[in-house]
Design a protein. Structure first.
Length: 365
């Protein structure tokens, strides 16, 4: 019993001594460390585009549905446009009337040409009389009054001919101008009419249709989404991280639809302006090997690799104090160190600390 009692005392002493050892001492370790920037986002097609209403009206006809493959220029939707079609018809009528007026043999032109012909005949007669009276006045065979009357008659008929010829030129110029205006108005009304016929701007697949037949849409309303091109990851990057992102950086992506797999991608584009609707900067990443059955709009998380280091000297990040200081066991003063890669869990130490020094946390006040 005496020996057992001593053994119990020894065990108790050992436990007491063990309990007195500091629990927060750590030594720097050698680890592989990765510096990465986190970004969330979703899957888009590289050249996807939105079909938007160019005019107001009811959707009269939908030619496609989700999942349909479309070609460039293919009709997708048609809006009711009875009023616009009436305007096109009126513009066409005005154009045809203008073409009739400028054509050879048009009534207005022919009427003036007839008047000009009569005026030429009248002028020739008046010119002959004037010349005859000019000869007779020299022999005093006619009175001065008759001579002057013949001269005035000739001048008046010549002036009338010039006026008629100018009227013809003005009429032809105005009719041609009216024709050009009628053509322009017809083209404008045709273009306006085409606003009611919505077509695809490129080949792709209809991803989503948000308006159906009978719905009223306003100019600028989204009607459908067409996906074109290969799938890409569109990433939202925080403001304080965007300066670290560069084209060509490796990116590891996890899809919400399959979180057990990680896909490799590369940053291929960084948008130059802040996206106010997303409250983030936007970057695009292209998959090295595109996942199969990848659906447009799939949510994802991404880690953009900034740099990697093998066998780096690291310490737990919470041991690094503000200003890059650490507390070394046995020292009353905090020690300045140089830090490299920082993650939530580990911080690389590039200078100021050896691998054998023990670190402790500051005492709680």
């Amino acid at each position: 019993m005496y020996i057992k009692h001593y053994s119990l005392l020894g065990l108790t002493a050992l436990l007491i001594l063990a309990g007195c050892q500091p629990k927060n001492l750590v030594k720097p370790q050698r680890k592989n460390i990765v510096d990465a920037v986190f970004g969330s986002g979703h899957i888009e097609n590289l050249n996807q585009y939105t079909i938007m209403a160019n005019a107001e009206g009811f959707i009269k006809k939908a030619y496609v549905a989700e999942g349909d493959t479309v070609k460039g220029g293919q009709p997708l939707f048609r809006l009711a446009n009875d009023v616009q079609q009436t305007q096109v018809s009126n513009a066409l009528t005005n154009l045809q009337y203008a073409e009739t007026n400028t054509a050879q043999g048009s009534p207005q032109i022919e009427q003036l040409k007839i008047q000009i012909g009569l005026a030429k005949q009248r002028n020739r007669v008046d010119s002959a009389n004037y010349q005859r009276y000019s000869r007779l006045i020299k022999t005093q065979a006619v009175s001065v009054t008759d001579f002057e009357n013949s001269r005035l008659t000739y001048q008046n008929s010549l002036s009338n001919l010039h006026v008629l010829q100018k009227n013809l030129a003005d009429l032809q110029r105005n009719l041609n101008l009216n024709l050009q205006n009628a053509k322009a108005q017809y083209k404008i009304q045709e273009a306006n009419n085409n606003y009611y016929n919505l077509t695809s701007s490129g080949a792709g697949v209809v991803m989503n249709v948000v308006k159906k037949t009978g719905d009223y849409v306003r100019k600028g309303d989204a009607i459908a989404l067409v996906g074109a091109g290969k799938p890409i990851a569109k990433l939202d990057i925080a403001e304080n991280d965007i300066e670290r992102i560069k084209v060509g950086q490796q990116t590891l992506i996890s899809l919400n639809s399959d979180k057990n797999k990680v896909y490799e991608a590369t940053i291929t584009k960084i948008y130059p302006a802040f996206n106010t609707s997303e409250q983030a900067f936007i970057a695009e990443a292209t998959f090295t090997n595109t996942p199969g059955n990848l659906l447009n709009g799939t949510q994802l998380q991404a880690n953009i690799i900034i740099q990697k280091k093998k066998d780096a000297l690291v310490i737990p990040s919470y041991y690094l104090q503000n200003g890059d200081y650490v507390f070394v066991q046995g020292s009353k003063e905090k020690k300045k160190v140089e830090a490299g890669i920082r993650t939530l869990e580990w911080t690389e130490i590039t200078g100021g600390l050896s691998g054998n020094e023990e670190l402790t946390l500051p005492k709680q006040q």
